[in-house]
Design a protein around this ligand. Structure first.
Ligand SMILES: Nc1ncnc2c1ncn2[C@@H]1O[C@H](COP(=O)(O)OP(=O)(O)OP(=O)(O)O)[C@@H](O)[C@H]1O
Ligand SMILES: [Mg+2]
Length: 214
């Protein structure tokens, strides 16, 4: 690249479009790339804040990769800086925005895909940590999962049941009208596709009881 051309490119950088300025991160799009930058939290001690952001960034990039190796659709991602991940921009629709308006058969298809995705995660001992429908993107027939910053690798039944309980609460609160049918399809699929699902479901039930009697 010659000097003048480079200079020109610097004067006209790829336009940045802010996607979301969330509680934890600023996300912007540069063409096919999504940049997720974890921002400073004033209420944390600076050293601790830096460490938390660094840890979540690392964890997220690593788990996106681990999940992808297990055959789950996730954006290809790299750490660009200690608090910054660059990943593929998934040009689809958030399940959160789609599910309630879907026709019955499409809704069932989406729920089955969610069940398959969680079964695949848990089969690979990946705990997502924030399984909500805003962290799932439908692109054509593929269901992508994102936002692994609170995730971990664990084989524990308790961790998997907790992961699932979070999803249950998310479905109940965001998709109340359709939650019964959607949840049934998610769980039926999860039970079919994940060999240890029965144990997880048993623990799931006792988490429900614990919550109710508190
Ligand atoms: N790779 C991607 N491709 C397309 N959209 C994305 C991608 N990553 C994130 N988004 C969009 O940005 C939103 C926020 O991303 P993400 O969940 O990773 O950040 P967050 O700070 O944890 O936000 P939240 O607190 O809302 O979960 C997603 O709900 C999604 O709409
Ligand atoms: Mg999110």
């Amino acid at each position: 690249m010659n000097f003048f051309f480079k200079h020109d490119a610097e004067l006209n950088p790829m336009p940045k479009e802010i996607i979301q300025r969330g509680a934890e991160a600023v996300l912007y799009r540069e063409g096919d790339v999504l940049v997720k930058e974890r921002v400073k939290k004033g209420y944390r001690l600076p050293e601790l804040d830096d460490e938390i952001r660094r840890r979540r960034t690392k964890r997220e990039a690593k788990l996106l990769e681990t999940a992808r190796r297990a055959g789950i659709h996730t954006p290809d991602a790299d750490i660009a800086d200690k608090h910054v991940i660059r990943m593929d921009f998934i040009d689809g629709n958030r399940v959160k925005d789609m599910l309630n308006g879907m026709k019955g058969p499409d809704q069932k298809k989406a729920a089955v895909k969610i069940g398959e995705m969680v079964a695949a995660l848990h089969s690979a001992n990946i705990i997502h940590g924030d399984l909500t429908t805003s962290n799932m993107i439908l692109k054509g027939n593929d269901l992508y999962v994102i936002d692994f910053g609170l995730g971990k690798v664990s084989h524990k039944v308790e961790d998997k049941a907790t992961d699932l309980f979070l999803l249950y609460e998310a479905i109940l609160s965001t998709h109340f009208e359709i939650s019964e049918a959607v949840w049934k399809n998610i769980i039926n699929t999860y039970m079919q596709k994940y060999s240890t699902a029965a144990q997880v479901m048993q623990r799931f039930e006792s988490i429900g009881k614990r919550r109710r009697y508190k």
